[in-house]
Design a protein. Sequence first.
Length: 50
Amino acid sequence: MLGVYDFFQELEPFQARSEEEITQILRNWEVRVIFGGYKSEKLVSSLHLM
């Protein structure tokens, strides 16, 4: 299981991307766990659908 710690939407791969695009990127990377850093309720909702 791949996890991400201290996640921030401002990191280069995610800049100027929608919450759905970020979720898809993380899904493609096979990320299954994310800890901290995210502040967007829309992103949290999108990630919970993973």
